[in-house]
Design a binder for this molecule. Structure first.
Ligand code: ADP
Length: 480
């Protein structure tokens, strides 16, 4: 069992190790190159070796034939004769290199080995195997006593082949000796290349929920690996950021929910103790519980909205409607509910919008509610509606191409510091001053308004100064 798992482990390492695959590839390339080189050198050597022997034999045969007056006009009769060309016969026997003479019709006239007559002249040289030896056969036309004949000259090349084989053996041994250090260095080189990868793997293995802050070391790695490490680190930054935000969100949400629950519990206890006898306690408890329940309901609605937005299950249901009408409605409702502020408006043109009516109303209400919440009684709240050019919030935009619809909500309230302004769109952010009970905000309003406005390709601009009021401008593209 243990052996099997070891074999399995080795097999897996081999199958999945890039280093192993790369080494095999490089070694294969090296061996193929060396083999090709060895074969090439052997072929060159073989050709020269054979050529020399064959030429030598050919010249010897012709020298002897000349010496024996084979080509003179009164040479021997062309009839086969046992005793013709004794020197050639002698040479052929000694060198194991027969010579045959054929007429032009392919009939054997004479030969040192007449029984080899089957090897008739051909127009091209040949290699043959005969009597356990290899021969190279050449043909040569000639005139004997004025009659054209064909000479077939055999060269025994068995010794050459043996020499070539011997030569190739030496060459391949030399190449193998040369290849060995190269192969070792190929295998070794893999170690260095993959060392950073192994380190990266080690680090990545250690990353868990508890230490999301671990990052790959990019100082040692190079080129593509460095890029990979940087990309991974960037991805981890985003994941960690997201994770922390989620964690913070859950903790803030539970904290926000705990407060109304604690209040309700407190009043319930009070009710059970004194509520039955004391109508004042009864009334106070009932209205407090009602308030807190409403508060909790509102908070849960907001949390649900954010959660649905975060997991992208939220969709805007857009339609064409009159923004002017919607704003006037909200202003009227606000004036009825709030009589402590001086609410005025500057809305004198009909503007229609293609958007999610309910969500847009929710967003505008958030800004107006904030203006009311953060403006002391007697303060001013001005609401405006108009059109401005792109990147221009001064209400004098002449750019007709990309016009924006602008909703202004201006108050003369407490205003915000620069530091606060940087965070007002963060979830659960509340400036210290607004953490008081009577303001009662959860710090989610602007985060929700931002999602709604951005979801309509809009923008929000804020101008504010501590103690001097604030102005929020919602910019929505005219062609929704
Ligand atoms: P909240 O429910 O607390 O009002 P918001 O997300 O709507 O939450 O606002 C976040 C914070 O931004 C507020 O707590 C407040 O400090 C600040 N803020 C928003 N609007 C205004 C305003 N018009 N004037 C002054 N401060 C504001």
């Amino acid at each position: 069992m243990k052996n099997k798992s070891l074999v399995q482990a080795i097999k897996e390492k081999i199958e999945f190790s890039i280093r192993f695959k790369l080494s095999v590839k490089l070694v294969r390339m090296l061996v193929t190159t060396l083999l090709a080189a060895g074969i090439g050198v052997t072929i060159v050597f073989g050709v020269f070796n054979l050529k020399e022997s064959v030429n030598h034999n050919y010249q010897q045969v012709f020298t002897i034939l000349n010496r024996e007056n084979a080509f003179s006009s009164n040479a021997f009769a062309l009839s086969p004769g046992e005793n013709n060309y004794p020197e050639l016969k002698n040479y052929a026997a000694q060198n194991h290199s027969p010579v045959l003479i054929f007429d032009r019709a392919g009939n054997l006239l004479w030969g040192t080995e007449p029984e080899w007559a089957k090897f008739k002249p051909k127009s091209w040289f040949r290699f043959i195997r005969q009597d356990n030896s290899f021969f190279f056969i050449q043909n040569q036309e000639a005139l004997v006593a004025g009659t054209p004949i064909e000479l077939v000259i055999f060269t025994d090349i068995s010794p050459n082949l043996a020499a070539i084989f011997q030569f190739s053996k030496i060459i391949f041994i030399i190449l193998a000796v040369l290849a060995l250090p190269a192969i070792i260095s190929i295998i070794q080189s893999g170690k260095g290349i993959f060392h950073p990868i192994r380190n990266m793997t080690k680090t990545v293995k250690h990353i868990s929920e508890e230490n999301l802050n671990l990052r790959l070391n990019v100082s040692g790695s190079q080129d593509e690996l460095k890029e990979l490490a940087l990309t991974f680190n960037e991805m981890m930054n985003r994941i960690e950021d997201n994770y922390n935000r989620q964690k913070q969100f859950v903790s803030d949400a539970s904290h926000e929910l705990r407060t109304p629950i604690a209040v309700i519990q407190g009043y319930a206890v009070m009710l059970s103790r004194w509520g039955k006898d004391d109508p004042e306690v009864l009334q106070e408890s009932i209205s407090a519980i009602k308030n807190e329940a409403e508060n909790m309901n509102e908070l849960i609605d907001k949390l649900l909205f954010l959660a649905r937005h975060d997991n992208s299950t939220f969709v805007f249901e857009k339609e064409e409607f009159s923004l002017t009408e919607m704003l006037l409605d909200i202003i009227k409702e606000t004036q009825i509910i709030d009589s402590t502020h001086n609410i005025s408006y500057d809305i004198n043109q009909e503007i229609s919008l293609f958007a999610d009516r309910n969500r847009m109303k929710q967003a505008v209400r958030i800004f107006i509610d904030n203006a009311l919440k953060y403006t002391p009684p007697g303060g001013e709240i001005k609401i405006g509606l108009g059109k401005v050019g792109l990147e221009n919030d001064n209400n004098n935009g002449n750019n007709n191409d990309n016009k924006y619809i602008a909703i202004n909500i201006k108050d003369s309230g407490i205003g915000m510091s620069e530091e606060e302004l940087r965070h007002i769109f963060d979830r659960f952010f509340r400036a210290d001053i607004s953490r008081t009970k009577e303001k009662g905000g959860h710090g989610l309003g602007l985060a929700i308004a931002k999602i709604i406005v951005l979801g309509h390709q809009g923008k929000i601009k804020v101008r504010s100064k501590k103690g001097a009021g604030s102005e929020f401008i919602i910019l929505l593209p005219e062609r929704g």
